[in-house]
Design a protein around this ligand. Sequence first.
Ligand code: NDP
Length: 463
Amino acid sequence: MNIMNYAIDGYKDIQTSKYIGIFGNPIKHTLSPVIHDTISKELGIDERYIPFHITENLGEAVNTAFFDGVLGLNITVPYKQEVMPYLVDIDPAAKAIGAVNTLVRMKDGYKGYNTDMPGLAKAIESEGIVIKDSKVVMLGAGGAARAVAYMCVYYGAKEVYIVNRTYDNAKKIADDMNTEFGKENIIPIEAASYKEIPQDKYIFIQCTSVGLHDGDGLPVVSDEEFYKMAECGVDLIYNPVQTPFLALVEGLGGKAFNGLKMLLYQGVMAYELWNDVKVSEKIIHKVYNELKKAIYGNNIVLIGFMGSGKTTVGKYLEEHYGYSFLDTDAYIEEKEGMSISDIFEVKGEEYFRALETSILKDFTHTLHKTVLSTGGGMPLRQENASLLQEIGQVFYLNASSNSIYKRVKSDTSRPLLQVDDPYAKICEMLDIRNPIYSDTANVVVNTDDITVSDISKEIISKL
Ligand code: NDP
């Protein structure tokens, strides 16, 4: 038996110098190749990541991988515990958690690690949340919760409560962690009913599978009052992008984020273990963007001069292709409570441009499958141009000065065109902006003499 016999369709014929991969069942929809293949590509390492579908004889599959030279493996559901007897060594943290998600090649076999735990710690830290000396409420007591409980104690949380549908499962994790860490006299971790938890502010970590499916409600506790104690909420689920739990925490004013960065960092950490390299923040950022695209779909960013059709095309894409639509000018007007003309007049253009940059920074995290229609001057700042690239694929809707003049001549809401000769002004501005728009865009789309439907089709075909 060759290890490539286990590879899923589409991967069986891949030839490379080094193989890494993942064992699981089911495994077809794993996103891990996006993480590892992106890193290999960025680092110029000739190595490919293969999803292996293991339905039985896990031990035999592990041995085959080793004899066939597989450098390292991830292990996912349902094998994170079952794989342990087939390893030559297990990292103490993985042993205490009771789950291995990463196998690293040693001289005589594989050593098991758990990178879910430090991956989540890194994800939380990257959001500016500090576990040390914090109070934590965990919801759920399954496999992932064990890693979360370990992380809380390991990184020095002050108090940890586990609330779960089945109390005994929460008690088992609490008891195991207290035994594991008890000898070092670290904080106690407690299984609790939600009513027993003292009124205070906590980091809530949502570790159940509730929220994965349409129609799911709140996990474990449906009493909304309870969630007022959440100063921030972390959900291990990343698809959908916002679970009912995260929506509630955010609605109550807490910071809320999903499990995508946990997925990201557990992968990065596994890659570092396999290849003995340090993956830079720049590459991690790139991988994160690739993951977002793979899961949520790419955003479409429309740039161009006023009157180039950004709003019309954006709304068409919303109606016909299922995208959300967001117009930066409308967004700013709502945020500032005044029109763009008034912002220019009262606060000045520089203020407005800074505002544009600040909202773009937010959009790099928050937009998914959205068409972003941008103000005409948006890409003029170099910083904005890079942010637009980060948000999604950038399309320049190009139009001639004649077309633009025809489209905007009777519009009095455009502050830059309130001059004696608007046509000359358009020509002058287009001369300056055209090269900037073209440089910022991934794709230039001509909008003269072409229908909105055809422009939209061209955009979709280029994604
Ligand atoms: P498990 O099946 O081991 O545990 C499931 C947990 O959810 C248990 O606490 C279970 O409670 C609870 N639960 C399930 N259904 C319900 C329900 N209807 N009402 C209340 N509680 C319920 O799953 P895992 O621990 O492996 O994974 C949990 C979640 O974490 C999954 O959604 C998974 O996608 C996510 N995850 C994300 C990762 C990432 O990288 N971001 C990594 C790993 C997991 P009970 O004990 O009573 O059965």
